[in-house]
Ligand binder design. Structure first.
Ligand code: 5AD
Ligand code: SF4
Length: 469
């Protein structure tokens, strides 16, 4: 199986060489437009890596591109709408100069969406899914030589593909996928249907990748997966030989030992799998940031049951308390969905109650979006749009008042900040982040970029803090 996989990746290298020959001397440009989560961004870095090997150079101007690759998302309807908007915009480039339009990502695993594209946007050249991403060079070669539309989508679960080229967007922070897919089937979520079952990468491959990143000067690593704290669980249950690092806690401890890496983050864990060994590893590992993203989704035990989340409001709060007791100065961020089918005013108040009790550093708030093929889409008691929006705004108000309170606590304290670069809004300022992911802007020399500095927090603003060396 592994050998077979190696052969297939080798075969792609041959397509890379062939496309390179066709493109030689043409000075072609590309752009990748990403619509989804950090896993999608990580996939986009791989798509960019493959495209650059084929002889294209990056442009930020969409009108300049000879190859436009979309990496789509289908978690919520607004991500889909953004794709359709952009496709409407690129049609003219296709007509004027034959730009290659490739559409990949999670949305392409949905048959009804591919049908919609064919009907309403028939000018695209390639569609490909997350499971066939590694074959992108072959797809580009086929479209260049046949000028036929290529549909390269696999319905079965993809394997873990190692060794793809990658063109990273950042020089200080890097994300590393440790697992893919999801076995949880939360009733609102489309991910298990489009990303397939859980599969973990071998620890040795992950460690090798991170050691390589450390050598290149990367300082911060985010470990990625739909359910990171069930790393290797499926493999363990199947009795596969997975080596010594067979759990997320062990992986964290191992990554913590890699010289050169200064910060480790991870997203997303599932509350139901947050075992004590993981909590202890977070406590013991000095490089693991003490902010934990712990998706709540809802504060109502009834809604959580309907969502198939497998924990209650009380269990979530107990877990938070346990972590607060075991990990000094721990902070939390979360994801919340408002307006899940059947959510009553009382249920929503339970969500507000949890938000008040935990006092999150950051809350990603979502209005429930119906996803075709998921159990929640078939539930009869859908919440009317106005009520969803009204609840969303109430939650937002509470969250913003908490952020303000939290920010005030920072003023006058000393914070370790990893300097990421120049501030986007003010060329004279540098910008970085605290351990708890707060943005800090400050004046300082460019040599500090990529370094960890101690800053005194001078003042607070809604979305950032101002610091002094
Ligand atoms: N509607 C709204 N939000 C959703 N999420 C996942 N599916 C949906 C949906 N159908 C949110 C969850 C998840 C985050 C990545 O996206 O909060 O944690
Ligand atoms: Fe979706 Fe739930 Fe899996 Fe997260 S854990 S990807 S919300 S099904």
């Amino acid at each position: 199986m592994q050998e077979n996989l190696k052969d297939r990746i080798q075969e792609q290298q041959e397509y890379v060489d062939k496309v390179n020959k066709i493109n030689l001397g043409k000075n072609l440009k590309y752009i990748v437009l990403t619509m989804g989560c950090q896993l999608n961004e990580n996939d986009s870095e791989k798509i960019s890596g493959m495209i650059e090997e084929m002889g294209y150079t990056r442009t930020d101007k969409i009108e300049e591109a000879d190859l436009i690759a979309f990496n789509t998302c289908c978690v919520r309807e607004n991500a889909e709408d953004r794709l359709f908007g952009k496709l409407g915009e690129v049609k003219k480039y296709k007509e004027e100069k034959g730009t290659i339009i490739a559409i990949g990502g999670c949305m392409m695993q949905e048959k009804h969406m591919v049908e919609k594209l064919k009907k309403s946007y028939p000018f695209f050249d390639i569609v490909f899914g997350p499971h066939t991403l590694y074959k992108f060079p072959e797809d580009v070669y086929n479209t260049l030589t046949t000028r036929k539309r290529i549909e390269d989508i696999l319905d079965i679960d993809g394997e873990i593909i190692e060794g793809l080229p990658i063109r990273r967007d950042d020089k200080i922070k890097a994300s590393v996928a440790i697992m893919n897919g999801c076995n949880n089937f939360c009733t609102y979520c489309i991910v298990p249907y489009v990303r397939g079952r859980e599969r973990s990468r071998k620890a040795e491959d992950i460690i090798k990748e991170i050691e390589g990143l450390a050598k290149q000067g990367y300082k911060e690593i985010t470990l990625l997966g739909q359910n990171v704290n069930s790393y290797m669980r499926v493999e363990r249950e199947k009795g596969e030989d997975v080596g010594q690092i067979d759990s997320f806690a062990k992986l964290l401890r191992k990554v913590n030992e890699i010289p050169g890496i200064e910060r480790i983050r991870f997203i997303s864990p599932h509350p139901k799998d947050f075992t004590d060994d993981v909590i202890e590893a977070i406590r013991d590992c000095d490089k693991v940031c003490k902010i934990i993203h712990l998706p709540l989704q809802s504060g109502s035990s009834k809604v959580l049951k309907d969502m198939n989340r497998k924990y209650t409001k009380e269990q979530y709060l107990q877990l938070v308390d346990k972590m607060k007791n075991k990990i000094p100065n721990v902070a939390f961020s979360t994801d919340i969905i408002v307006g899940f089918p059947g959510e009553t005013e009382e249920d929503f108040e339970d969500t507000l109650d949890v938000v008040e009790k935990v006092c999150f550093e950051q809350v990603f708030m979502f209005i429930y979006s119906r996803r075709v093929g998921t159990p929640a889409d078939k539930m009869e008691n859908q919440v009317p749009e106005e009520i969803k929006h009204e609840r969303f705004n109430r939650l937002k108000e509470l969250v913003e008042s908490q952020i303000e309170l939290n920010n005030k606590k920072f003023v006058g304290t000393k914070q370790k900040v990893l300097v990421e670069g120049k501030s986007k809004t003010n060329e004279n300022m540098l910008t970085g982040r605290t351990d708890t992911n707060k943005v800090v802007n400050f004046e300082g020399p460019d040599e500090l970029i990529g370094k960890m500095v101690d800053l005194k927090i001078a003042s607070e603003h809604m979305w950032y803090l101002k610091g002094e060396i």
